[in-house]
Design a protein around this ligand. Structure first.
Ligand code: HEC
Length: 280
């Protein structure tokens, strides 16, 4: 077999070409695996780069040159309630509504719904009875008394007690607004609660308040004798019981006080004054 005449130079040329063909691959590899401050080469730019404005920039396009445009007068955010300020804001004219909107029918169903929502969204802070000593407050108070250094640098506002004259005298529209927008340190609950649910909670808050101020005259005449025939407890229930469960507290104090004495103390005092069931 005789090799053609050109074979002599073709084989080294092929070797050189093969080696050269690796160069673009190597370049692509390096480009893809390294970083560079220079914008990358875009062979087909599509719409990768477009002119745009940044906040506060100027543009000759608008008469006032402002790039940041205000929404058109009267724009309402999507999904926000429009009109009927009594129903949606608890406002009549310039004042807080003092009566429920006609759309809200006050009945057992509404109260039950209000109670359910209240127990989910409000009781953690305000307590199931609205006294302001919900689980979160109880916990904070305990932390405050156990750890005077770290926690006391935070500020904690105890949730309002509904059974004060201030909150009792709030018009229903004001309470509705408190739920919608929050008040002072209390956060808003507009996102979590529909308008109907907010009114239902207002009704339940009123019911809670009434539960502390009602007299026998508020009970329908035909129900009164049922109530009066009930066996009432002789003593007032311990009022602080809710505010201060304090089962863990004695651990520290016991080291100072002899246990025998503290038991005796607890036994002598009526339950209502010890504020807990420590001795038992
Ligand atoms: C995260 C805890 C927290 C939750 C949950 C919470 N509140 Fe409050 N609420 C507060 C605090 C704290 C205050 C007192 C705010 C202040 O004085 O700075 C307050 C105050 C109030 C007041 C009295 C405001 C006034 O002065 O008229 C009402 C009424 C009230 N809350 C109702 C509700 C209702 C109804 C809910 C449930 C939808 C609720 N809160 C949920 C913490 C909470």
């Amino acid at each position: 077999m005789r090799k053609p005449k050109w074979w002599g130079w073709i084989s080294p040329a092929i070797v050189v070409l093969v080696v050269l063909s690796f160069i673009p691959l190597a370049m692509i590899y390096v480009a893809r695996n390294s970083q560079s401050p220079i914008p990358r080469l875009s062979i087909i730019p599509d719409m990768d780069n477009q002119p745009r404005y940044k906040a506060q920039m100027e543009s000759p396009l608008f008469a006032d040159q402002r790039v940041m445009r205000r929404p058109v007068e009267g724009t309402v955010p999507a999904g926000s309630p429009v009109g009927n300020s009594l129903l949606t804001q608890g406002i009549v004219g310039d004042a807080w509504a003092t009566a429920f909107p006609p759309e809200i029918e006050l009945n057992d169903e509404l109260l039950a719904r209000g109670q359910e929502r209240f127990n989910i969204y409000c009781a953690v802070c305000h307590g199931y009875d609205g006294s302001g000593s919900g689980a979160i407050d109880v916990r904070v108070q305990r932390l405050l008394s156990n750890d005077p250094t770290e926690i006391q640098q935070t500020s904690w506002v105890t949730p309002s007690n509904y059974h004060t004259d201030t909150v009792r005298e709030r018009p229903v529209g004001h309470i509705f607004n408190t739920i919608t927008n929050g008040i002072r340190t209390m956060p808003p609950y507009e996102k979590q609660l529909s308008i109907e649910d907010r009114w239902a909670i207002v009704a339940y808050v009123r019911a809670l308040q009434l539960s502390r101020t009602a007299s026998i005259e508020d009970v329908p005449a035909e129900e009164r004798n049922v109530l009066e025939s009930m066996p009432w407890p002789q003593q007032e229930p311990p009022a602080e019981g809710l505010a201060d469960p304090a089962p863990a507290e004695p651990a520290v104090e016991d080291q100072d006080a002899p246990p025998a004495e503290s038991t005796a103390d607890a036994a002598e005092q009526p339950v209502a004054e010890t504020g807990g069931e420590g001795g038992a």
